[in-house]
Design a protein around this ligand. Structure first.
Ligand code: ADP
Ligand code: ZN
Length: 217
């Protein structure tokens, strides 16, 4: 299946479902998945210079500097698979990142077609974050309360062990939420004014994805 609007930004607070809904959409539509959180965690795991600097910031719930993240995304957007469309998951997160993104896309004669804002109340966000489980072997995301794996602690898809992200502790999750409201929320108005915003309220992820596909066709 292909979409008319295929260059997408997923915007939403931590725990809003950007990763989960990206994965469901990617199972139906061929798009490149660009998650800055995943890219940064890979740098941390590889103990690269970037990873060493970013790791400390991520552990505290803060944002990695705009130029660093934008440079990483710019390199990723230049790859061939992005030509068929892409999901930017977790980027941009500040107005400056949005401006850097705009410049990077102009250089490659590309543009954003739609910004998908996933809106979820704070209470649900904190419940979701502190019960979230991630797979060590693949991109799968579970939730102890709302989307448990079939076998406790084991990924349904690949059989690898599940773990809780260290920044999903209650304290760090609260910090990430406050960073979202201060630094990222202004992007909602920014993209609304640009005529790109599409808002989805909390709901069944499969239903959200079906609606999204029909809106992007
Ligand atoms: P979530 O959306 O659940 O907060 P992510 O996996 O997207 O989680 O991000 C984890 C952490 O990585 C963030 O708290 C932040 O420190 C860093 N990060 C990810 N994307 C960006 C970005 N665009 N700008 C700055 N920091 C980022
Ligand atoms: Zn897995």
């Amino acid at each position: 299946m292909s979409l008319t609007k295929k260059n997408l930004i997923f915007l939403g607070a931590p725990g809003a479902g950007k990763g989960t809904i990206s994965n469901l959409l990617l199972a139906k539509v061929k798009l490149a998945h660009i998650s800055t959180g995943d890219l940064l965690r890979a740098e941390v795991a590889a103990k690269s210079e970037l990873g060493l600097a970013a790791g400390k910031i991520m552990a505290s719930g803060g944002l990695v500097p705009d130029e660093i993240v934008a440079k990483m995304v710019r390199a990723r957007l230049a790859k061939d698979d992005c030509r068929e469309g892409f999901i930017l998951d977790g980027f941009p997160r500040t107005i400056q990142q949005a401006e850097l993104l705009d410049a990077a896309l102009k250089e490659i004669h590309s543009q954003i077609d739609a910004v998908i804002y996933l809106h979820v109340d704070d209470e649900t966000l904190l419940q979701r974050l502190t019960a979230r489980l991630n797979c060590r072997g693949c991109d799968a995301i579970y939730n102890k309360l709302f989307m448990p794996p079939k076998v406790e602690g084991v990924c349904d898809k690949c059989g690898s062990a599940l773990y809780q992200r260290s920044d999903d502790s209650l304290e760090t999750a609260k910090q990430r939420l406050s960073v979202f409201y201060k630094q990222t929320e202004p992007l909602i108005e920014f993209y609304r004014k640009a005529g790109l915003l599409m808002t989805f309220e909390k709901g069944d992820p499969n239903a959200i994805v079906d609606q999204m596909i029909s809106d992007l066709k």
